[in-house]
Design a protein around this ligand. Structure first.
Ligand SMILES: Nc1ncnc2c1ncn2[C@@H]1O[C@H](COP(=O)(O)OP(=O)(O)OP(=O)(O)O)[C@@H](O)[C@H]1O
Ligand SMILES: [Mg+2]
Length: 236
């Protein structure tokens, strides 16, 4: 997940996708690069009987030292989801997206968030010179209310970019309740979360387009989601 604007839904997306991949197996890994440690706190709340998710508190090292954390990814883990902090510098963004297969950018539909996202996406494509043939970027509209002016504004903005809007996640207490229990919406009673799961499933199927069967010894990474393909060395 990547968007230096705070509170746009990076951790929520990371934990819910991790929960989905944990249920499906094999065990995914979350790398939390945010010193606030939101994903790691979520993981600490997770009951040991739940499908396991490996956690790496990468924020305990400097950004350049996070590369060494790849050694800590369990062999059986073929998904790496990277939760990134707010207020990242351009070099840090460059470092984080290096070698990622997918970058998910959650954007909230407020005028301030949209202006911020426009600048950030321009930087991502120009300053970081992201190669979109290698690294697939998708936007997730987060915490939306139907038919509001700010949602229409967000949709106009993203339609003007050639970046797909993968889904529109509604503002829902289900995410808040799941976060408090160390679970994802996929692990809540289905009748309560049916609509939210339908929305999030669009992100999952987009990510699964790049799913490659691979030998157990080669881990791929998926982040904050970045996903890394098996033929490229995974580096942070
Ligand atoms: N779709 C949603 N509906 C309702 N609440 C949501 C939704 N998505 C996120 N939230 C809530 O919004 C708050 C901010 O979300 P989150 O922590 O995922 O953002 P973030 O981008 O990781 O923030 P930061 O940049 O501070 O790390 C959290 O309290 C979370 O539970
Ligand atoms: Mg966060």
């Amino acid at each position: 997940m990547l968007n230096p604007k705070g509170g746009c839904g990076k951790t929520t997306l990371t934990t819910n996708l991790a929960s989905y991949f944990a249920l499906r197996g094999p065990m995914p890994t979350i790398m939390d690069c945010d010193p606030q440690g939101g994903s790691m706190r979520w993981l600490e709340k997770r009951h040991p009987n739940r499908p396991p998710i490996h956690g790496i508190a990468a924020y305990k090292k400097t950004m350049s030292a996070t590369r060494s954390w790849q050694q800590r990814i369990p062999m059986e883990s073929n998904r790496l989801l990277v939760d990134t902090p707010a207020a990242l510098s351009n070099p840090d963004i460059h470092e984080l997206i290096y070698d990622a297969t997918n970058v998910l950018i959650p954007v909230m539909p407020s005028p301030i968030d949209i202006r911020y996202a426009a600048r950030f996406i321009a930087d991502l494509l120009l300053v970081s010179q992201l190669d979109r043939r290698e690294c697939h970027v998708g936007i997730v509209a987060s915490r939306t209310r139907q038919n509001t002016r700010s949602l229409r504004q967000l949709m106009r903005f993203v339609n003007s970019l050639r970046i797909p809007v993968l889904t529109i996640l509604r503002d829902s207490q289900n995410y808040v309740h799941a976060a408090g229990q160390g679970i994802g919406i996929y692990e809540m009673p289905h009748h309560k979360v049916k609509r939210d799961i339908e929305d999030l499933a669009r992100v999952v199927s987009w990510l699964n387009r790049w799913e490659v069967q691979q030998p157990q010894s080669e881990a791929t990474a998926e982040t904050g989601t970045f996903v890394r393909p098996p033929h490229r060395p995974m580096q942070f």
